[in-house]
Design a protein around this ligand. Sequence first.
Ligand code: ITT
Length: 191
Amino acid sequence: MPIRFVTSNEGKAEEAREYLDDVERVDFDYTEIQGDLESVAAAGAREAFVELGGTDPVLVDDAGLFVRALVGFPGPYSSYVEDTLGVERVWRLCEREDDRRAHFRTVLAYAHRPEDALDVKVETFTGSVPGTIVEPRGDGGFGYDPIFEHDGTTMAEMSTAEKNAVSHRGRALAKFADYLAGEPAQTKGAE
Ligand code: ITT
């Protein structure tokens, strides 16, 4: 059974395909409630699972960039801030700060109905990575990757495999793949 990854972001789906065999990207505009990443992802996955028919499992990913000197901004508003201010201006906001440490965090929410269950179950898997905000460099990745440096390299300067090996999403996907290893035929290498 394919996992339907509910996201408008093809970059996220590409990263997920390195961990999961059968991922189908689905556009579905779930309600983004106000709250932390966990609550947004879990509510979104539950809603998408029900609205998309209530049979195939659904995966939702809610991510955010948290800049220390900006007291965690843009955090849960990262998507809105990318669309409105843009990544270059987030760099400008940080440029004069002495402390440009930040972290990226993602929460994957997996909604599914186990065979013997009456109701949908939602499990969450988190990952985070420390980094530094820098002047944009690199053409790869997506979103804030050009301004997010980890160990001297921006995420936009990494291949998908290199990014996954260190990134917030890679860590969450690795935990999710371990979890799925208990279920047949969904992780890479499973039969
Ligand atoms: P969906 O909600 O449809 O999945 P989105 O891109 O809006 O797509 P998020 O709300 O989770 O996803 O992302 C918040 C913001 O962070 C958004 O501007 C993304 O482009 C950005 N982002 C997410 N993951 C990222 C990553 O691995 N590297 C760089 N930027 C990322």
